[in-house]
Design a protein around this ligand. Structure first.
Ligand code: ADP
Length: 322
């Protein structure tokens, strides 16, 4: 038999579109005649009993806003065996049989541990970084891409006016997806990602000189957060080429803003699927997008999957961007 009473929480880094997922979980659960609770500030809310019963109207007018209406947190206490056990006992005391966890890999490890203590959990991938191996897409990724693209378009205006080089660092933790896709979209001259080693002379200096010989006077280089050292790189480029070079780290601007249509729709589909799984008695599953289809995997298997970087797209990007 499936869960009759469930909860939803957002955990780890926030991402635009999380609200659409929360809304979908709440509305789907109510449509299946389940009781549904919103848990405040991630796993901390379970540990502190900071939960509220949700109605259809509890999730009105949140979908178009970035961030998460349930707030989020990192919970050191939950990251211990005693913490997980305490959270499971709190769930039982509140009659919560299942939890939908919207977050990243770390949050899914927590969900797996909570399953081990007898609470049914379903993970929904929410992070701007697109760094979860089992899914082609994570909630927030599209909004972050569009924000980064718009910001770099603006940087290009001033870079062009001054005949400069701009080295722009985008987010992604250890994943180069934001860098690669943004780079293609803004026509950057070079892209540095943690998945592919680069050679400073060959991949930057020689490319700049080649581009210069064809009449190019300004340059955008996109660097993934996982490569880092963006300020140092800008200084090195200026030294090696004589071209005035500036570093910009986009930072948290990429985490905010109204979610794009794609993020809202994928989040809504994933939220619904998570509730359907709990309704049907499933547990320890993570929802994923494969191509355009919503699927689900065992959380433990999903956490062990290797992440695949699109090296072919990376090569195409290098051909287009000179
Ligand atoms: P994300 O979900 O974005 O990857 P974190 O890695 O910060 O973010 O994880 C969010 C929270 O999930 C942590 O603060 C912790 O409470 C919980 N968590 C992370 N890893 C584990 C783990 N191995 N076991 C139990 N809980 C974990």
């Amino acid at each position: 038999m499936g869960a009759k009473s469930i909860a939803v929480l957002t955990s780890g880094g926030d991402a635009p579109g999380m609200n659409a997922a929360v809304r979908a979980v709440v509305r789907s659960a109510l449509s299946f005649d389940m009781k549904v609770y919103g848990v405040m500030r991630g796993y901390n809310g379970l540990l502190n009993g900071d939960v509220k019963e949700m109605s259809m109207r509890s999730v009105s007018d949140i979908m178009q806003h970035g961030g998460t209406a349930l707030f989020t947190a990192r919970s050191p206490e939950f990251n211990t065996a005693e913490g997980v056990k305490k959270a499971a006992d709190k769930c039982r005391a509140m009659g919560i049989e299942g939890v939908v966890v919207i977050g990243g890999d770390g949050s899914f490890r927590g969900a797996r541990d909570l399953c081990g203590e007898g609470i049914s959990c379903i993970g929904v991938p929410g992070t701007i970084d697109n760094d979860i191996a089992c899914t082609d897409y994570t909630i927030g990724y599209d909004t972050a891409l569009n924000t980064a693209m718009e910001m770099i378009d603006r940087i290009r205006d001033t870079t062009e006016s001054h005949d400069r080089c701009s080295v722009v660092e985008v987010m992604g933790r250890r994943c180069g997806d934001i860098a690669l896709h943004t780079s293609i979209a803004v026509g950057a001259m070079a892209t540095l990602v943690p998945e592919v080693p680069y050679d400073f002379q060959r991949d930057i200096v020689d490319r700049m000189k080649l581009a210069q010989s064809t009449g190019k006077r300004h340059y955008i280089i996109v660097v993934a957060e996982g490569v880092g050292h963006t300020q140092d790189l800008a200084e090195k480029i200026q030294e090696a080429t004589g071209i005035e070079t500036r570093a910009t780290i986009l930072g948290h601007v990429q985490r905010g803003g109204s979610p794009t249509l794609r993020d809202r729709v994928v989040a809504s589909r994933m939220g619904y699927h998570a509730v359907e799984l709990l309704y049907n008695g499933a547990s320890n599953r993570v929802v994923a997008l494969k191509g355009e289809t919503i699927v689900d995997y065992d959380i433990t298997e999903a956490l062990d999957m290797p992440r695949v970087f699109d090296e072919n797209l990376y090569r195409i990007s290098a051909r287009l961007s000179i």
